[in-house]
Design a protein around this ligand. Structure first.
Ligand code: OAD
Length: 246
C-alpha cells in the first residue's frame, strides 16, 4: 500500500515543474515537537487553546501565557530538524517555483536550510507588541526581561509573534501562499490535520486550479478527500524516499 502510493507520488513529482509544500505539526513530530490534536500527546489535549492561544487568554494571565511560550521556545531550541525537513531543504533547485508554506512556528524548516519559508502562523522565536504599536523583535537575546516584558516603544506587554485563535494571518504571507497554491503543478501536504483555516484551504485551491495533491500523514486527515495520492506514513520516513528518484 505505502510502496504503491510512494511510487505514484514520485511519478507526480517527476512530471511537475513547480511544487508547493504545506506542512503542519506532524512535520516536526519526529523531531520531538508535540502535535496539537493527537488525543494522548497533543498540546491541546493537555492545555486549553483559548487560555494559551487567544488575546483574551493572554489578557487574563499574561505571566502564565508568557512562561508557557518560554518553555515551548526552550523545547524547540533543544530539538533538531529531522530527515523530512532536510529532504525538503534539498528541493529548491529541482522545482521552479518551489515554496514551503508552513503552519509551524518552530522555525525547523529554516534551520534545515530552506530559504524563504512562508510561515502562516508566525514564529515562536519572534516577539511583538501586544498593542500592535509596530515593535517586532526578531532575536530572543534582544527581548527585555520580564514576564511578560514591556514593549520598549509603548510600554504595553510584549507577546510571541504567533497567530492566535481569532486573529488574522499576515495578509501578505497568505496572499503569497494562495498565489503559489493557485499556480503549482503539485502540492505536497505533510503532517496536518487540515482542521485550521485558511491554511487547510490551500490544497483545495491548488486542486481547483489544476494541481495534483499528495498527502503524507500516517493517520486520516480532513484533507484526504482532496488527495490524488495518499501516503500513509510519517514525514521523516517518507520525504527522503519521495525525492530519491526525482
Ligand atoms: P494537528 O495537531 O492538528 O495535526 C497534526 C497532524 O500530523 C495529524 O493529522 C497527525 O496524524 C499528523 N502526524 C503525526 N505525526 C506525524 C508524522 N510523524 N509525520 C507526518 N504526519 C504526522 O496540527 P496542525 O494541522 O499543524 O495553530 O494544526 C494546525 C494549527 O492548529 C497549528 O498551526 C496551530 C494549531 O492550533 C496555531 O498555532 C495558530
Amino acid at each position: 500500500m505505502t510502496a504503491g502510493a510512494l511510487a505514484s507520488a514520485r511519478a507526480l513529482l517527476q512530471k511537475a515543474r513547480s511544487c508547493v509544500v504545506l506542512t503542519g505539526a506532524g512535520m516536526s513530530a519526529e523531531s520531538g515537537v508535540a502535535t496539537f490534536r493527537d488525543a494522548q500527546t497533543g498540546v491541546w489535549s493537555k492545555f486549553d487553546p483559548m487560555q494559551l492561544a487567544s488575546r483574551e487568554g493572554f489578557e487574563a494571565d499574561p505571566a502564565f501565557v508568557w512562561r508557557w511560550y518560554s518553555s515551548r521556545r526552550e523545547k524547540v531550541a533543544e530539538v533538531r530538524p529531522n530527515a523530512g525537513h532536510f529532504a525538503l531543504a534539498g528541493l529548491e533547485r529541482r522545482f521552479s517555483p518551489f515554496a514551503i508554506v508552513t503552519q509551524n512556528v518552530d522555525g525547523l524548516h529554516t534551520r534545515a536550510g530552506s530559504a524563504g519559508v512562508l510561515e502562516l502562523h508566525g514564529n515562536l522565536m519572534r516577539t511583538k507588541c501586544f498593542a500592535e504599536c509596530g515593535v517586532r523583535i526578531d532575536k530572543l537575546a534582544e527581548v527585555p526581561a520580564g514576564e511578560p516584558p514591556a514593549c520598549p516603544a509603548c510600554g504595553q506587554w510584549l507577546r510571541p509573534d504567533v497567530v492566535w485563535f481569532g486573529e488574522m494571518l499576515d495578509p501578505s504571507v497568505l496572499d503569497d501562499a494562495e498565489r503559489l497554491a493557485a499556480r503549482c503543478d503539485v502540492m505536497l501536504v505533510v503532517g496536518t490535520s487540515g482542521m485550521v483555516y485558511p491554511a487547510a484551504g490551500l490544497p483545495y485551491l491548488a486542486r481547483r486550479s489544476g494541481a495534483k495533491v499528495i498527502v503524507v500523514n500516517p493517520n486520516p486527515s480532513d484533507i484526504d478527500d482532496c488527495a490524488d495520492v495518499l501516503v500513509p506514513d510519517t514525514a521523516a520516513r517518507t520525504l527522503p524516499k519521495l525525492f530519491e528518484a526525482t
